[in-house]
Design a protein around this ligand. Sequence first.
Ligand code: UD1
Ligand code: CA
Length: 461
Amino acid sequence: MSNACAVILAAGEGKRMKAAMPKAMTEVLFQPMIDWVLDALDESGISEKLLIVGHYGEQLEEYVGGECGIAWQKERLGTGHAAMQAVPALEKSSADHVLILNGDAPFVDTDTILGALKAHEENGDAVTVVSAELADPTGYGRILKNESGELQRIVEQKDGTPEELAVCEVNSGVMWFRKKDLLSALARLAPSKVTGEYYLTDTIALLKEDGKRTGVYTAANSNVVLGANDRLQLLELNDIARKEVLKKHLQNGVDIPCIDGILIGKDVTIEPGTQILPNTILKGSTTVGKDCVLGPNTMVYDSTIGDGVLLNNVFFEDSVIENGGNVGPFSHIRPNSHLSENVHVGNFVEIKNSNIGNGTKVPHLTYVGDSDVGAGCNFGCGSLTVNYDGKVKHRTTIEDHAFIGCNTNLVAPVKVGAWAFTAAGSTITEDVPENSLAIARSFQKNIEGWVTRKKPYKNMK
Ligand code: UD1
Ligand code: CA
């Protein structure tokens, strides 16, 4: 959208979060609140964005990278003062309309942003304020209208009379301004006599005095106003977001027989027919196919899960598992692993930075790290790759259908050829040619009658 830009206010201190980070970086469903706001802007097609940062601003600047322009508000003198820091960028911008919104209200959505813009343009408003009706408006700025229902001004909680504070229609903090009207109002903004802060909301009365049209757009979903100033409110936002996300998946045909302990990030996708069991957390850029069973007690981060996959008591990070895979219980799949179709990984197995071929089985007590494993292989219980020499990590290669005997140590770099066998208890330091048996252990010697001669047990005569 070329005629509109957005200014996100996120310099505030967020003291009550007691976090060493900007408030907009605190998370709802594992994603910083600022992400939610930026996503809503992207979905609305608003690509020109300016973020006002201050308290711990370096963190926000680093987090958003090049996605937004940045302006610093060195002293926190209120939302109006924050908006003033956008003036140089706005003067350069070719946009005619400016959306101002708060970095600590994650539920702003495209319908609201674009619905309000439409009203703003159609009505020829100098400013259009997005409002919502709240049962308990405490803490928010109240929308004050005249008898004909026209917006006159916004009064803040700290400044309002009891009569004004009885109004339940509140300012969401989302406002569309005509750019030239915003610039003219900001140039004239004076600090509040009560708090000494510059209120962005005071621009309304200034524009009204100029004889401009000031409009209100009531959001269909009152959640758009919700913000979090402390951890309790953050929990409430998490609860709301969590239930919304679960509802969406249930409506899409995902089976969730009990929601206890289930948290699903907002960008996770799940195909119908998959079942999610209690205490399962799916987050980041995770995608899940159909007919899987994930859980109980499973965490999946930034991963791709195929169809018909079972993950039971698994921690699965930044990895891929293809169709028909089966992992758990009590397995850890660490980043950059790729498990091909029908792989089985069982109890107390850790896989890291490895490729595992179709149908390979790693059933128990095994560590596979930095390895390329072919199809149809079998790992005996307790076998492992010795990938680290204290300085450098080395890779292990295991070709198709190799059989790794129980308690084999594969000292990398090393290669086991196709169909080869390693004998149980072997420490393999040399490559094993295909179709060979490698035995690398001392041979067994039985000493007959030793016990009757030596009498090693207590009370033996
Ligand atoms: C603000 C509005 C209020 C509205 C509410 C909606 C004003 C004066 N009040 O109140 O009408 O109902 O939002 O949530 O605008 N910020 C800065 N610099 C500052 C102060 C704040 O960047 O100096 C940022 C904050 O980081 C935050 C946003 O502006 O993201 C809103 O500030 P906050 O102090 O939370 O305002 P509210 O009291 O919630
Ligand atoms: Ca706030």
